[in-house]
Write a protein that binds this ligand. Structure first.
Ligand code: CMX
Length: 432
C-alpha cells in the first residue's frame, strides 16, 4: 500500500525534475567562495531533497511540517503519547500525513520484516567487549548487505527507472531490523548478553523499549527519539554520506553503514554521549550537588579556556534553539521535572548562550538536539552513554533511507564534485 502510494508520487514528480534539468539546467543558483571551498562547503546550495528542509531560524520541517505539527498530526499507537515511527516513514516517503489505517498498514509492513538472521547476532557477538557500540552497529548492518534485493536484481539487468523498487524493499527490510540490532548490541555490551525477545504486537518504538527492558513511558521516549533524529536536510555528515555512497549504487546496507560511521564522530552524533561525559565530570567535581549559576559558568569557561567545545551547543546551520531540543525539554518538563541531571541541563540552557556570545566564536550559541537527549536516557536507566549515538542512528537511518529511495526514483547520478589545488586557489585569489 505504501509502495503503491509512493509509486504514484514518483510518477507525478519525475517530470518536474526532468523539466528543471532540460529547460533550466544552466540557471545559476549560487556562487562558491574560497572560504566555502576550504571551509567544508558551509552554506553551499548544491544538494536537493524534498524530505526535509532546515531553516536556520525555525529549525527542521519534515515534508513542510514543523516538529510540533508532526507530533500532533501523525497517528499514535493505542494509549501512546507519541506517534508511530512507521507513520513518520510514510510521511517522509509520500509527503502525506498517513491516516490511522495507513500508519497501521506500514507498521504491519515493518513487522513482517523484523527477524534478524543468526549471522547478524554472530557478528554482534564476535566483537570484543570494550568495542564502541557504533562500530558494532555499523558492522552488523554491513553484514546484512548479502540480503540486498537491489544487488540481486541489478546483477540480472534491472532498468534504471526501477532501481527504486528493490531499494524500497531493502530499506524496509533494514529499518525493521534496526531496533533489534540496537537492543542486541545493548544486551551484549551492558547486560551480560541477556536478551529479551521481541514482542510482535508492538510498534517499532514500543518493541524497542520492550527489548531494552525499560517500562513506560520509555516506549514514548523511543518513538520521540527516532522521530526527532530522522532527518536534518541533506548536507549534514550522516545524511550526505548516505546519499554519496548510495550514488555509486552501493546498496542501502553499505550506504547506511557508511553514514553511521560519520554519525559516530564527536562533532556530529557522538555529541550526545559527550554531553553526558561532560555533565558527569561536573557532577563528580560537585560531589553530587547541583552547581549554582556562578559555579556552572566557571565550568563552562574552564572547558572553553582549555580549548574544548561545549558539547550540545552550536550548529552549522541553525541559528536558534533547536526545535528537537525543545520537544525533549517539553517531555522532560512533563515527565522528569525533578530529575537532578535535568536541573543541570536547565542551568546550562541559562548560562551557556551568553558565555558563547561573550567568547565570540560560535555562530550559534543555542543548544542543539544532543544537549538534551542523553539525560532523558539516563533518567530511564540507560546509563551507558556510549550507546546514545546508536539511538540517534536508528532514527537517522529512517530519513537517510527515504532520501536514498527518492534519489533512485529521480535517477540522480553519481556524485562527483570537482577539487582544485591550493595553487589554483592562490591564482584565483590573485585575479581578484
Ligand atoms: N563550544 C565552543 N566553541 C564552539 C562551539 C561550542 N559549542 N560551537 C562552535 N564553536 C567554535 C568552533 O569550534 C569554531 O572555532 P574555531 O574558529 O576555533 O575553529 C567557531 O566557533 C566557529 O564555528 P561555527 O561556524 O559556529 O560552527 P561549525 O559550523 O564549524 O560547527 C558544530 C558546528 C556543531 C560542529 C559546533 O558548533 C560544535 O563543535 N558544537 C559542539 C559539538 C556538538 O554539539 N555537535 C552536535 C551538532 C548536532 C549534530 O550534528 O548532531
Amino acid at each position: 500500500m505504501l509502495k503503491e502510494a509512493l509509486r504514484q508520487k514518483i510518477e507525478e514528480h519525475r517530470p518536474r525534475t526532468q523539466k528543471l534539468i532540460k529547460e533550466y539546467g544552466d540557471k545559476v543558483i549560487d556562487e562558491v567562495t574560497i572560504a566555502q571551498t576550504i571551509g567544508g562547503m558551509r552554506g553551499l546550495k548544491c544538494l536537493v531533497t524534498d524530505i526535509s528542509y532546515l531553516d536556520p531560524e525555525e529549525g527542521i520541517r519534515y515534508r513542510g511540517y514543523t516538529l510540533p505539527e508532526v507530533f500532533e498530526k501523525l497517528p499514535k499507537p493505542p494509549g501512546a503519547e507519541m506517534p508511530y515511527v512507521e507513520g513518520l516513514f510514510y510521511l517522509l516517503l509520500t509527503g502525506d500525513i498517513p491516516t490511522a489505517k495507513e500508519a497501521e498498514d506500514t507498521f504491519a509492513e515493518f513487522q513482517k520484516r523484523r527477524e534478524l538472521p543468526d549471522y547478524v547476532l554472530d557478528v554482534i557477538e564476535s566483537f570484543p567487549q570494550g568495542s564502541h557500540p557504533m562500530a558494532i552497529f555499523s558492522s552488523a548492518i554491513l553484514a546484512l548487505s548479502k540480503e540486498s534485493e537491489f544487488n540481486k536484481q541489478y546483477n540480472c539487468g534491472l532498468a534504471k527507472q526501477s532501481y527504486w523498487e528493490p531499494t524500497y524493499d531493502d530499506a524496509l527490510n533494514l529499518l525493521a531490523k534496526l531496533p533489534s540490532i540496537g537492543a542486541n548490541i545493548y544486551s551484549k555490551l551492558y547486560q551480560d548478553g541477556k536478551r529479551i525477545h521481541p514482542n510482535p504486537d508492538l510498534d517499532l518504538g514500543g518493541n524497542f523499549a520492550h527489548m531494552m527492558g525499560v517500562d513506560k513511558p520509555y516506549d514514548d521516549v523511543s518513538r520521540m527519539y527516532f522521530i526527532i533524529h530522522a532527518d536534518h536536510e541533506s548536507g549534514n555528515v550522516s545524511a550526505h554520506t548516505g546519499h554519496l555512497v548510495a550514488s555509486a549504487l552501493s546498496d542501502i546496507y553499505l550506504s547506511t553503514s557508511a553514514m553511521l560511521n560519520g554519525l559516530a564522530g564527536p562533532l556530529h552524533g557522538l555529541a550526545n554521549q559527550e554531553v553526558l561525559r561532560w555533565l558527569q565530570d561536573v557532577r563528580k567535581k560537585m560531589d553530587g550537588r547541583v552547581p549554582n549559576e556562578t559555579e556552572m559558568k566557571q565550568f563552562v569557561w574552564d572547558t572553553l579556556n582549555s580549548g574544548q567545545v561545549i558539547p550540545g551547543f552550536g550548529h552549522a546551520v541553525l541559528r536558534k534553539t533547536d526545535p528537537r531540543y525543545t520537544v525533549q525539554r517539553e517531555f522532560a518538563l512533563k515527565h522528569l521535572k525533578d530529575d537532578e541531571l535535568f536541573a543541570y541541563v536547565d542551568l546550562l540552557y541559562k548560562v551557556v548562550p551568553d558565555i558563547l556570545r561573550e567568547q565570540g566564536k560560535a555562530k550559534n550559541p543555542w543548544p542543539n538536539v544532543d544537549s538534551h537527549s542523553g539525560i532523558i536516557q539516563w533518567h530511564y536507566g540507560i546509563n551507558n552513554y556510549d550507546f546514545y549515538t546508536v539511538l540517534f542512528g536508528i532514527g537517522r537511518a529512517i530519513g537517510v533511507a527515504a532520501n536514498i529511495i527518492w534519489d533512485r526514483a529521480l535517477m540522480y547520478p553519481l556524485e562527483r564534485p570537482k577539487s582544485l589545488t591550493t595553487a589554483m586557489l592562490e591564482t584565483l585569489a590573485g585575479k581578484g
